[in-house]
Design a protein around this ligand. Structure first.
Ligand code: PLP
Length: 359
């Protein structure tokens, strides 16, 4: 079987999740009558320190419902130029909500500094699109799973309050940040208005995310969810897996982080790989290849070796560790990378410099 490092979204539900799904008590969630969903929403509201939470089909639906609940047509969404919402959510907030994306430069360490956000806030004028919401992402997918610090969040929270703006956190992998830093979710969520957390990534549930925030915000997000076709009726069968994810799958993320760190330090030593291993602090390893080595060809050749990774474009490759990937799998994957690179890198020739100069 392939060693699939493309994403933690490929995780399969655990046997305990399947049992819980089979036994789940359910009801009509559009009427608010699914006890399993209600329990999951209450648990996430408590963990994030918010009034209420809402179960949605996906991270994308959670982010979109949140943005449409926060901002009005013609208002700007201030967000990172490397963020998932900007790159990979089909422009939904613009297409469906009439919101305008205002991307802000993201540092390599995944941080969008408060000063950069402050500079992006346009003054009130008839000819300018006013800011409607600020979006953050933690951990940061395209920036090697970087963790943004609670202090950075506090500074942005203060800026937002001073400007009477809501802050939405795309916390698809906020549990990874929490485990990596040994801090509760509230270390970050106390500084934002709303948060979206995914159950279907490293926590290995088959489906689902939650949006949490103030009661009136969640009521608006619930209405948007319905509008988007996301009122799922007896979806307690899915929420049951989510409850197991929260009870049993959070602490084990430390194993994924250790595997990612090991893989990153091994990759960093391979000739032809460009990688700062210190960047890998959670479960995502982003790396490049030295000039002259073709990323797409590397991904294809690695696939022939039974190892799957993703090409993020602009010369960046991504490998993600997760439930179902063992330390042995990481060893096998690293060996496959080494063999593949050795085939792609011309060997040393007599009288010429070693090909290792591409290190
Ligand atoms: C940071 C981030 N936000 C949001 C999403 C969207 O989640 P979903 O695939 O459930 O729509 C993803 C998915 O990988 C993600 O990495």
């Amino acid at each position: 079987m392939a060693i699939d490092l493309r994403s933690d979204t490929v995780t399969l539900p655990s046997p305990r999740m399947r049992e819980a799904m089979a036994r789940a008590e359910v009801g009509d969630d559009v009427f608010g009558e699914d006890p399993t969903i209600n329990a999951l929403e209450a648990l996430v509201a408590e963990r994030t320190g918010k009034d209420a939470a809402l179960f949605v089909a996906s991270g994308t639906m959670g982010n979109l419902s949140s943005l449409l609940a926060h901002a009005q047509r013609g208002q700007e969404v201030i967000l990172g130029d490397e963020s998932h919402i900007y790159h990979y959510e089909a422009g939904g907030a613009s297409a469906l909500g009439g919101l305008v994306f205002h991307p802000v430069a993201t540092r390599d360490d995944g941080v969008m500094p408060a000063a950069a956000i402050a500079a992006a806030l346009r003054p009130r004028a008839d000819w300018l699109a006013p800011p409607g919401v600020i979006c953050l992402e933690n951990t940061h997918n395209r920036c090697s799973g970087a963790v943004m610090s609670p202090d950075d969040f506090a500074a942005i929270g203060e800026l937002a309050r001073a400007n009477r703006l809501p802050v939405h956190l795309d916390g698809a992998r906020l549990f990874n940040a929490s485990v990596a830093m040994g801090l509760p979710l509230r270390a970050w969520t106390d500084h934002v208005t709303s948060v979206q957390v995914c159950l279907s990534k490293g926590l290995a549930a088959p489906v689902g995310s939650l949006v949490a925030g103030p009661r009136d915000f969640v009521a608006r997000a619930r209405r948007v969810r319905k509008m988007l076709g996301g009122g799922m009726r007896q979806a307690g069968v899915l929420a049951a897996a989510g409850l197991v994810a929260l009870e049993e799958m959070v602490d084990r993320l430390a194993e994924d982080h250790a595997n990612a760190r090991w893989l990153a330090s091994g990759l960093a030593r391979l000739p032809g790989v460009v990688l700062d291993a210190n960047r890998a602090v959670t479960n995502i390893v982003v790396f490049g290849l030295a000039a002259g080595l073709d990323s797409a060809a590397f991904v294809n050749a690695l696939r022939q070796e039974g190892v799957l990774i993703i090409d993020l474009g602009r010369g960046r490759l991504r490998a993600v560790t997760h439930y179902g990937i063992t330390a042995d799998d990481c060893r096998a994957a690293l060996a496959a990378c080494e063999r593949t690179l050795a085939r792609m890198t011309p060997g040393p020739r007599l009288g010429t410099e070693s090909a290792n100069h591409v290190r």
